[in-house]
Design a protein around this ligand. Structure first.
Ligand SMILES: Nc1nc2c(ncn2[C@@H]2O[C@H](COP(=O)(O)OP(=O)(O)OP(=O)(O)O)[C@@H](O)[C@H]2O)c(=O)[nH]1
Length: 346
């Protein structure tokens, strides 16, 4: 078989330069890629397999396959075990492509004879290594049914290019996941999982602009747990953390989905209430106050009850968001002065 390497290379290069929907699964890209590979090499099946652990591989996991009609769930991916196919694993780990003309007799692939090759009429195989940071990470496996194939150097080079495209796509996918995690870390509070102060400030400015455009009212409620220092002092900091998490859950369960509960820091929280005038916000604050008071927090050795002081303000849309935060902060100060476990409106 003759491959015009310059033509197929160009197709692959164009394909891998296309703008990717990185938020989607990498499998659909891999599938397009290996379908292209299957047609170009004129083989019967192409699949992508990845090691479970790049530094100490025990399994190869089949993540894409030209034979599959639909994407499988990750838990249904076929798996090859290193202990059952040691020679194949060793061959992939060298990073050199496996050009098995006769897959039944080639020492690198003969292990599959009785378990796979005979039952699937596979006669010939060409496997190219997928690398990650220069280390073998998996393999693109091309299988043929008909006559034995003496794999040509252009065919091997092409299969390796397909494997390199897989490497790049997997890397992009990993970077995207990392970026998602970083964004999550940047805008979330690690203890409670709620949005944090940075998110609140961004969101506050955005919401002000949106509410001006819509001619709607926006309110904020500040929540400050009463005598929280005593919880830490009486039960320890770890139980203090449990209380903060339980408090956050209790409040979240009391709010509408569109209300945004954030942890400002320590035992201070803010709720941003879209499309809500002061009176509505006061009712929400009162509901939160009662829910918190009723919520008995169970730990291994204690039943803990906390109360919360609440400040309420309608956001002044003509002023920076920080102005309204200062206002609710004053309201909290008054609530504490009035004996705590109460709601004060600006
Ligand atoms: N466990 C735990 N404690 C925290 C955390 N962040 C802040 N704190 C503690 O929260 C306590 C807040 O105490 P104060 O600011 O004196 O307020 P308070 O005891 O709640 O008293 P009032 O607000 O006046 O009712 C301090 O002891 C902080 O150390 C945290 O992430 N975990």
């Amino acid at each position: 078989m003759f491959i015009d390497l310059s033509e197929v290379t160009q197709r692959l290069r164009r394909m891998s330069s296309e703008e990717l929907d990185v938020s989607g699964s990498y499998q659909s890209f891999l599938l397009d890629l290996i379908c292209e590979g299957k047609d170009t090499l004129v083989v019967d099946q192409v699949s992508v397999w990845l090691f479970d652990d790049i530094s100490n591989p025990k399994k190869l996991i089949n993540v894409a396959n030209t034979q599959w009609d639909n994407d499988l769930n990750a838990e249904d991916y076929p798996v090859l075990l290193c202990e059952e196919y040691p020679n194949y694993f060793k061959a992939i780990s060298t990073g050199v492509s496996i050009n098995a003309t006769d897959a039944h007799s080639d020492p690198r692939t003969a292990e599959f004879r009785d378990t796979y090759l005979i039952s699937n009429n596979i006669t010939t195989m060409l496997d190219a290594t997928i690398f990650k940071n220069g280390i073998p990470h998996g393999v693109v496996c091309c299988e043929g049914r008909g006559p034995l194939r003496e794999w040509q150097s252009a065919e091997i080079a092409y299969a390796e290019m397909v494997a390199d495209c897989c490497s790049r796509r997997l890397l992009v996918s990993e970077l995207w996941t990392l970026q998602q995690q970083m964004t999550k870390l940047a805008f979330h509070d690690a203890l409670t999982g709620l949005k944090n102060r940075r998110y609140l400030m961004d969101s506050g400015h955005r919401e002000i602009r949106r509410h001006i455009r819509a001619g709607e009212q926006l309110s904020v409620v500040m929540l400050d747990i009463d005598h929280f220092k005593r919880i830490n002092d009486s039960y320890g900091h770890e139980i203090g953390d449990v209380v903060l998490k339980a408090f956050a859950q209790c409040c979240q369960g009391t709010l509408r989905a569109e209300d945004c509960l954030c942890r400002l820091g320590g035992e201070e929280f803010i709720v941003l209430l879209p499309n809500t005038p002061t009176e509505g916000a006061r009712e929400v604050a009162e509901r939160l106050r009662i829910s918190v008071e009723k919520n008995i927090i169970e730990t291994a050795h204690h039943h803990i009850q906390v109360t919360v002081s609440c400040g309420v303000a309608q956001v002044n849309l003509a002023k920076p968001f920080s102005y309204s935060l200062k206002q609710v902060d004053h309201a909290i100060y008054d609530a504490k002065a009035q004996g705590r476990n109460c709601v004060v409106c600006c």
